[in-house]
Structure formats: C-alpha cells, structure tokens
Design a protein around this ligand. Structure first.
Ligand SMILES: *Cc1c(COP(=O)(O)O)cnc(C)c1O
Length: 480
C-alpha cells in the first residue's frame, strides 16, 4: 500500500497522478453517502421478513464475481468471435457459464444451446421475440391481471404499455374466474381464431404448474412457436420440482435472480438441430437478436456471477433447497387457511401463494403498507376478477428468500401468525381510516403495530444471513 491508498505490486515506481488518486479508495472513504445507504439496505434485508416472490438472497461468491474487475471489459460478439481484443479469459468465463447453464437444466448440448448475455429477463424476452417473429406478428401470453408478466404483451384500453404490445399484436389469455386456474379450453378456442405466431407461457403470480403438452398442441394448431418464460420457477425446474418445459418448448427464457438465486440477468435457451431441419436456424437468430439486435457489450462481471450461481444449482443440495421452498409455501398456506383466509386456487404447487383479501374488504395496498411498518416485505397483487388494477385485491407471498435464510415449515407457520396479526390490525385501523393516507397515519401511531414490528425484527435477526455478515455492519445503522 502506498500512502495515498493506491495498491502497489511492489514494482510500481511511478507516482499516481492527482486525478487518479481516488481510484483505490474504499466506498466508505470515497462516497460516504452511498456507503451509508448500502449499509442501511443490508440491515433492512437482514431485519425484515423478505416475502417478495421474485426476490432471493444471492451468495457471497456471486457478489464477489459481480463486483469484480470483469466489469471493465468490452467483448461484443460471442466466445471466439469478438469485436475486441483481450478476451481470452472473458471467452472462457462465457463458455463456462453456457456449459453450466445447460448442465443445471440437464440439457444435451447437441439439442439445446443458450445465450447468457441478456441484461435482464425483460430484455431476454424482447430478444427472443425479435428472433422468433416479425413486427406486427401475433403473440399470446397470460394476462397481467391473471398473473402474467408485462413483457408478455401487456396493453390497456388507452395504451400499449409493453414493447411486446407496441411492436407485436398481442391477445392475452386468462385464468378461469371461478377457480383461478389457467383456462386451457378458452385459450385453445381463442388461439384458433387469433392464430398466433408465438404462444408464451410462464407467469409472475401464478401458484400452479404448467401443462406443456397441452400448450404445445395449441401452439402447433396455429404453427406457433412455444416459448416458456420460467423466470419465477427456474430454480424449481432445475431441481425437477416442476414439470419440464424443455420437453415441449422451442425456446425457454429465464431471469437468474429469482428462484435461481444468482445475480440480475437473463438467459435464453433455444433448440438446436442439424442444418436443414426445423430449429436449425434458431441459434443464429437468437444470438443476433441479443447482439447486435438489442444490446451492446455483455456485462461480463454478471456472466461470471451467473456461472457461479449455476454451479451451485448443479450441486445435489440444490434439490433440497427447492423442496424446502415448496414445503415452506405449503406450511404457510395451511396456516393462513386455518385462520380462515382465502388463498387463490386454494393452495400452491410452486414457490408462492396469492392471498385474496377481497372477502375481508381489505385492499392489497393497505396490506402491503401495514406489512412495511411491521418489517414484513411483500407486494400488492391483482387477483383474477379485480375490477381495477389500481386497487389490487390481494398480496403475493413467496418463500425463496427466507428459505435461503434457512427457514423451515415451523418458521413459516410463525410467519403466518405475524401475517394474521397484520391483517387483523389493518382491519381494526381502517375502521377509522378508509383513505390510504389516513391509514398510513393510523399505522404510524399504532402501539400494537410497533410491538409487532419489534417481534418481527427479533425473529428475522435470529436467522442466518446469506452473502454478508450482519454483525460487521456499522453499529450506527442497526440502532436507527
Ligand atoms: C421478473 C420477470 C421478468 C422480467 O425480469 P427483469 O429482470 O425484471 O427484467 C420476465 N418474465 C417474468 C415471468 C418475470 O417474472
């Protein structure tokens, strides 16, 4: 170390220029403002019950790779065919990542390939659509209000919201309004009229598994590609804890930061075939849609981190994690049902449940708010049949993050008890505070809510924290 904080390899004899002196200082020294916010966010993650179904806690090794010097490198193109020099190690990182992605999902490299460069799930989807269909071609995806994702063609009467609705003609399918289960018959009927070129399955808030054989049949009738966006459930798919989309789909996309527990990114899997056969052109079309179609330089730090997380997914212990996620969700669902609550589809086959609050006359917005005050993090969510997307009738609750903190079934029963108290308190408080702004004031004043928060914090901080050591956080942060 030199006196100004620059790292020396013991050989450096040149002086550091004044405009470069900050390049080796820590975040804490260089930018105390951002440093403090990062510390606060770490404490929030540690001291709250994280129930957002799309989130997880990634590992320390993943964060190390993600924060590494690989962020410095440009490598447009693919391994062995780059537009820049100096990529001998970057090529190896991407090769390792691709091999591990295939391995994690048990795929044969003669039948499947993967592009690992997408920056996120949304861009992975748009690249896949760009590869598969032409502008103004027709696509069908699960409606947002039924648990589908924005990128599956979302539009409103006033606005084509997602680029998947702007550049393509979108017609959504829905769940059955009584059961909450996907209405395959109606989808089939509508597909016969609409004749999509692309049928998209996958969701962000659907508690049941997918019938890929049925979807394949529906897609084939229209000569459509079948794409599964397994963003939410990919960690369970890798563990063979869900049906296997690779048996029937042409293309499979996923995020890497949800149940898969990696850094934030996207993957696109595509079928491979010998020249002249169906699917033989998919690889080029997908790769070119990612770059140069929709992106520039890959985020190599992220690709390295994805590789690290996929190695963990390939480990036998991953199946235990995935099984525990499902067992935890079931335990929570049973607990809430015991208290008389309504769960959409009356249960769950995956990592999440939807709690239908409409029978209680409580909105999802108020439930999300009161839970925030109680150190419980979850999100409001539309429940099928909601009149307005502005006042969603439920909340979405997922188990992946807390299962990464070693929560078991009994712990999720305790989570259910906390949620029960939050609901009961919300019903009490809203008697004199109908408007959300009045409700927030009532929450701020409630002694009972403050007490619940204390208990939740004590409970949450008694569990291990993945990725970082909470005892190493600045003392001032935890005594806010
Ligand atoms: C989360 C999600 C995405 C988008 O991923 P981002 O990384 O947020 O862009 C796409 N599809 C589904 C089904 C998702 O749940």
């Amino acid at each position: 170390m030199s006196t100004n904080g620059h790292v020396s390899n013991g050989k450096a004899t040149k002086a550091v220029d004044p405009w470069n002196t900050r390049l080796n200082t820590s975040l804490k020294e260089d930018d105390p403002e951002i440093y403090e916010l990062v510390q606060k966010e770490m404490y929030r993650q540690y001291s709250c019950l994280e129930l957002i179904a799309s989130e997880n806690f990634t590992s320390r090794a993943v964060m190390e790779a993600n924060g590494s010097a690989l962020t410095n490198k440009y490598s447009e193109g693919l391994p062995g065919a780059r537009y820049y020099g100096g990529n001998e190690f970057i090529d190896q990182v991407e090769e390792v990542c691709r091999a591990r992605a295939l391995q994690a999902f048990g795929l044969d490299s003669s039948k499947w390939g993967v592009n690992v460069q997408s920056y996120s799930g949304s861009t992975a989807n748009f690249s896949a659509y760009t590869a598969l269909i032409q502008p103004h071609d027709r696509l069908m995806g699960l409606d947002l209000s039924c648990g589908g994702h924005l990128t599956h063609g979302f539009y409103t009467p006033k606005k084509k919201v997602s680029s998947s609705a702007i550049y393509f003609e979108s017609f959504p399918y829905k769940v059955d309004m009584k059961t909450g289960l996907l209405d395959y018959d109606k989808l089939e009927e509508n597909a016969r009229v609409f004749r999509p070129k692309l049928l998209i399955c996958g969701a962000s808030a659907y508690p049941r598994d997918w019938d890929y054989a049925r979807l394949r049949k529906i897609a084939d009738e229209s000569g459509a590609y079948l794409l599964m966006d397994m963003a939410h459930i990919s960690g369970l798919v890798a563990a063979q804890e869900q049906n296997n989309p690779f048996d029937y789909c042409d293309v499979v996309t996923t995020t890497t930061h949800k149940t898969l527990r990696g850094p934030r990114a996207g993957l696109i899997f595509f079928r491979r075939a010998p020249k002249g056969e169906k699917h033989s052109d998919l690889e080029d079309r997908i790769n070119q849609a990612v770059f140069p179609g929709n992106q520039g330089g890959p985020h190599n730090n992220t690709i390295a981190a994805v590789a690290v997380s996929l190695r963990q997914v390939a480990d036998p212990s991953w199946r235990e994690y995935a099984k525990q996620v499902r067992a935890n969700v079931r335990a929570l669902a049973e607990n809430l049902k015991k208290h008389g609550y309504k769960i959409v589809t009356d249960g769950s086959e995956n990592h999440l449940i939807l709690l239908d609050l409409r029978p209680l006359n409580l909105t999802g917005s108020k439930m999300e708010k009161i839970c925030d005050f109680a150190n419980i993090t979850l999100n409001k969510n539309t429940v099928h049949g909601d009149q307005s997307a502005l006042t969603p009738g439920g909340v979405r609750i997922g188990a992946p993050a807390l299962t990464s903190r070693s929560f078991k079934e009994a712990d999720f029963e305790q989570v259910g008890e906390f949620l029960h108290r939050a609901v009961q308190l919300a019903l009490e408080l809203q008697k004199n505070a109908k408007l959300i702004k009045d409700f927030v004031v009532a929450c701020e004043k409630s002694q009972e809510l403050a007490q619940l928060r204390k208990e939740v914090e004590a409970f949450a901080t008694s569990f291990p924290m993945p990725g970082f050591d909470p005892s190493a956080l600045d003392a001032s942060i935890s005594h806010h």
